[in-house]
Design a protein around this ligand. Structure first.
Ligand code: PEP
Ligand code: MN
Length: 268
């Protein structure tokens, strides 16, 4: 499946990286430059944040979209960002190369249908209490309207276990691939909720055959308004990515760097 000039799925491995939320122009552009130089495939950043608590930080909204546009202008990286509300579709489409549907919106049929009527690829995150069948039904809402470019994403589900945020269901990866015929990514950040586990979960995801990752990384995670403890520090991202790409390569995948190492260091 061709997305933003990259062949996603089957024989390749992509990494979408960036902060949970975009907050300032400086932060957004610096993280984008870092992940680009390290060899990521695309940049992520949240402008509209789906928070459980209505009193928590909700994202910068359209001002956040402008920051993402700036990061794209500076690095050329394709942008992945969440569309929370169908009323913002036109605004988000103007910036996004992939529209993310968050876990809390996986069952939002009107949103899924609206995305199915665009030609923008969709990263559909598994609902936090959704079965594999329900996840594929959600993808079918998008595909049923015509848009076939859907990437599924396992991001952790609710179980009886309460020692970490969510249970990352890696068994779902090959099952979702087999049953949907779609590429399946893994989000290694939200399930553990701790950055010290992210590298191991990412390598395990690559080893079980995931087609890519979406991972949170920030310049100063300790100051982040949301999800700070799980975000990789941008200074550690290059060594993280080397380890993950080594496993993906050993599994026979061609890794998809947006920028080849030499030209990244020239531009940096
Ligand atoms: C996110 O990617 O920042 C996010 C909110 O993810 P999820 O919808 O999986 O909770
Ligand atoms: Mn997050």
């Amino acid at each position: 499946m061709e997305i933003a000039g990259h062949p996603i799925g089957a024989t390749t491995f992509a990494v979408i990286a960036g902060p949970c939320s975009v907050v300032t122009a400086d932060q957004t552009v610096r993280v984008a430059q870092r992940v680009n130089e390290a060899g990521a495939t695309m940049f992520r950043g949240g402008a509209y944040k789906p928070r459980s608590n209505p009193r928590s930080f909700q994202g910068l909204g359209d001002r956040g979209l402008a920051l993402l546009a700036e990061a794209k202008a500076q690095t050329g990286l394709p942008i992945v960002t969440e569309l929370l509300d169908v009323r913002d579709l036109e605004l988000v489409l103007a910036v996004a190369d992939i529209l993310q549907v968050g876990s809390r919106n996986m069952h939002n049929a009107p949103l899924l249908k609206a995305l199915g009527q665009t030609d923008c690829p969709v990263l559909l995150k598994r609902g936090l209490a959704a079965t594999i069948e329900e996840t594929i039904f959600a993808a079918d809402y998008v595909r049923g309207e015509g848009n076939q470019r859907v990437v599924l994403c396992e991001r952790g589900i609710r179980t009886f276990e309460s020692s970490y945020r969510f249970t990352l269901d890696l068994t779902a990866v090959p099952i979702l691939q087999e049953r949907s015929g779609l590429p399946v990514f893994v989000d290694p950040s939200h399930a553990p909720g701790r950055r010290d586990l992210v590298t191991r979960l990412s390598k395990t995801a690559a080893a079980i055959g995931a087609d890519g990752l979406i991972v949170e990384v920030d310049e100063h995670p300790d100051q982040a308004p949301c999800d700070g403890p799980q975000q990789l520090r941008s200074e550690d991202f290059a060594s993280y990515l080397r380890e993950v790409y080594r496993v993906a390569g050993a599994e026979g995948r061609r890794v998809l760097r947006a920028t080849e190492p030499e030209s990244a260091s020239r531009s940096g």
